[in-house]
Design a protein around this ligand. Structure first.
Ligand code: IMP
Length: 185
């Protein structure tokens, strides 16, 4: 139940199956739609999400959401941040570990920004964050992206199952915020 008239399904606009699976474990009424949208180069995740959502709104008319996430490494001044997808695609986790060689401050966080819209509503934004560390090696095979090098406590996110990652992750926090908002109105 999402509180929508007629209980319509929410389209999660993403090509990333991993994101969908994590979100679907929290919000029941989700369908994945891989529509593709422009991911602008901007300074904040919010700008990227809002721009993408405006493009999507012109193309579909039901309830929809999309998410933009990023990894922010303290010792690198927040890099890769809004460049996270590009950095993952180019140098990957091995490259990130190389960038961190000789750096003892391993603090990092993941941020998630979710944009949600439905007919007659302004775009609603929800955020989530998880703090952790960049490890010294990649470990685990669950999840996706930076999960093998992002550690919370002594385990990487890729060493956690879906339920464990969803107890702590940036995405889960943002999805819970959206869910609460949907249920509260
Ligand atoms: P985007 O939200 O798809 O633009 O994500 C930016 C980059 O961060 C991509 O390379 C993703 O694979 C990566 N990323 C996003 N969320 C996560 C996560 O939960 N774990 C690990 N990597 C992630």
């Amino acid at each position: 139940m999402n509180g929508l008239p007629g209980d319509r399904m929410i389209s999660f606009i993403t090509s990333n199956k991993g994101k969908y699976v994590e979100a679907r474990a929290i919000i029941d009424d989700l369908v994945q739609r891989d529509l593709g949208y422009t991911e602008i180069q901007a300074e904040t995740l919010e700008e990227v999400a809002v721009y993408g959502m405006k493009e999507i709104m012109a193309r579909i008319d039901g309830p929809a959401m999309l998410e933009d996430a990023g990894l922010f490494v303290t010792a690198l001044g927040g890099f890769p941040g809004v460049y996270s997808a590009y950095v993952q695609k180019t140098i990957g986790n091995a490259g990130m570990l190389r960038l961190m060689e000789g750096i003892s401050d391993r603090r990092a966080s993941f941020m998630s920004v979710v944009a949600y819209v439905e007919p007659g509503l302004e775009i609603q934004m929800f955020r989530g964050m998880v703090e952790g560390q960049i490890g010294y090696e990649a470990r685990g095979s669950a999840g996706f992206g930076y999960d093998p090098i992002f550690y919370v406590g002594d385990r990487s996110l890729a060493e956690m199952n879906l339920e464990e990652k969803n107890r702590i992750s940036h995405r889960a926090a943002a999805m819970h915020a959206l869910k609460e908002w949907l249920e509260a109105r």
